[in-house]
Design a protein around this ligand. Sequence first.
Ligand code: DHB
Ligand code: FE
Length: 286
Amino acid sequence: MARISASVYTSHVPAIGAAMDLGKTGEPYWQPLFAGYEFSRQWLREQRPDVIFLVYNDHASAFSLEMIPTFAIGTGERFQPADEGWGPRPVPQVIGHPELASHIAQSVIQQDFDLTIVNRMDVDHGLTVPLSLMCGQVPAWPCPVIPFAVNVVQYPVPSGRRCLALGQAIRRAVESFDADLNVQIWGTGGMSHQLQGPRAGLINREWDTRFLDRLIDDPVGLAQVPHIEYVREAGSEGIELVMWLIARGAMGDLAGGPAPRVAHRFYHVPASNTAVGHLILENPRT
Ligand code: DHB
Ligand code: FE
């Protein structure tokens, strides 16, 4: 059977992608940020996942105010990098996994989460920057990726509680897929940042640190945190962090298994307007 071996959490700042694409990673501003992902790149090479289930948000690239799915699963065979105004990023196309994605859609919808099924969409920095951070500059991504887009752009957005429960449903879906696959789930976006209005530039290290602590040790309690606290404490775009709860919900301890192992933890300010957080949790093999 397929299994979820680990979860990865990371910010997705577009300027990080630009720094890589333009060969600026060694500059003093960027070097400490990329140093925090050296472990992760080696770890990912060693883990050799068969599929990455990548939870992210679209920033009005594939969707717009004309059409706003709350949860959308990419069931297509491939997904191209989106043109966000400067041309598509020079990164590999994303190869999907239609069989597993369709199975997850079937299972999760039967578990009462109404997903939007997407056979064709372009993927923006929300998805490509986490892949770039974790993989570096590569001719092809290391494995198929199932894009899972969450609306955190236009209110009403899903609650933390709903996101955690969705992660639990995704875990059950993966574990009922009849193939021996090593699946990782990634939660992306965040941490504290606000891109607009009088509080633009807001960073809250203390709140971010506590979020990371609770994501590890108290995910059920963390899932109760209301949207207003994210927005007040982590800024208007800090709400992207609810997506991390989807990945966390898919870890084994929330299905009665042992607590996950913290393989890596990193926090860095600044990257553009964002506090960058990064965590890797492994499910102990039972
Ligand atoms: C920035 C961060 C984001 O999450 C995003 O979607 C766009 C920009 C930033 O910090 O510049
Ligand atoms: Fe964003």
